[in-house]
Design a protein. Structure first.
Length: 115
């Protein structure tokens, strides 16, 4: 598997579309199209952008095809980032639940008034 194929695999596995990958990495869709077709090889700056955007990608795998696609083990900063994301989602769920509970109470009161 060459580097172009590895980039295409990253797009396939980690992004919803080439456009989303382009927006996330800053690599233009034209360049991605050229990489996909084999017209252009992947530049070092494109590799840097990919590795910054997707820190779980193993750089040695991306550049040389050696090892696995993903880094083994996770850094404490990655774990902390995921924990923060979970905390934010839990807070959002809680706020939404409170909002819905308030709406349900209001509607029940409206029904009582109609009787």
């Amino acid at each position: 598997m060459n580097i172009n194929q590895r980039v295409n695999l990253i797009i396939e596995k980690l992004s919803s579309s080439k456009t989303a990958f382009s927006q996330a990495t800053g690599i233009s869709t034209v360049i991605l199209s050229h990489i996909n077709s084999g017209r252009n090889k992947v530049s070092l700056s494109a590799c840097e952008s990919i590795l910054k955007t997707y820190p779980t990608i193993n750089a040695e795998w991306l550049l040389l095809g050696v090892g696995s696609m993903y880094k083994t083990g996770h850094t404490s900063s990655e774990i902390e980032r995921l924990k923060n994301a979970i905390d934010q989602l839990e807070e959002e769920v809680s706020r939404y639940q409170i909002s819905l509970t308030t709406k349900v109470r209001f509607l029940k009161e409206e029904i009582k008034k109609m009787r």
